[in-house]
Design a protein around this ligand. Sequence first.
Ligand SMILES: O=C(O)COP(=O)(O)O
Ligand SMILES: [Mg+2]
Length: 236
Amino acid sequence: MRAAFGNTTAVIRAAIIDLDGTMLDTVPDFELALNGMRAEFELAPITQDVIHPMVGKGSEKLIRDVLALDYDAARIDALFDDAMAAYQRHYLAINGERSSLFDGVIEGLQAMRSLGLRLACVTNKPIAFTTPLLAQKGLAPFFELVYGGDSLPRKKPDPLPLLQVCKDFDLAPSQVLAIGDSSNDAEAARAAGCFVLTVPYGYNHGRPVQTIDSDGIVNSLLDAAELVRAHNSTQN
Ligand SMILES: O=C(O)COP(=O)(O)O
Ligand SMILES: [Mg+2]
């Protein structure tokens, strides 16, 4: 495995972990909720293949992209509020029913905690979906901090949520590692000055994971924890 943290002498003290496509495979939940919304507008159901590249930029963009499969811009503007309300109602009703943990997530989080890392979850998913989902999947106890896509004035790829976590933890960005599945996470991390590792099994807007500018690709959160352990052990 390549040296993910370059020549830095900083010890990694915290990790900021993405949710959809990194910890949970949520596309089956998106499928149920989006098709529930579409049915109310008498639109045909869409498949997971269509939804997959649309996930990761937050609900507003998702709903616009899904409506754009059938409608022009003016019609989307006219329907947007009702479509969003329907989508949120459907999502909250099924939240977590079909989504599952990726391999190595719980083990990786446990390993990071035993290394003494402080953990934050930063997702573009609305916080009203995120909080119950983390609890339902047994993830909530690992995280000191959770920011959803609507918790702060700007979401990823803006660095604001990551910088906020650094501030909350009183750490320099160079002491903090972000882990995500998409260019959105990597751009936010680069702009914040945090290290970033990418998992290859997530969504990345339909583009190959190798196109992401990150500090390395790891097969699981457990592998990410191992890289941090190896790096930190050389700094003490
Ligand atoms: O866009 C979303 O709803 C969530 O995406 P994220 O958890 O990968 O940030
Ligand atoms: Mg993601």
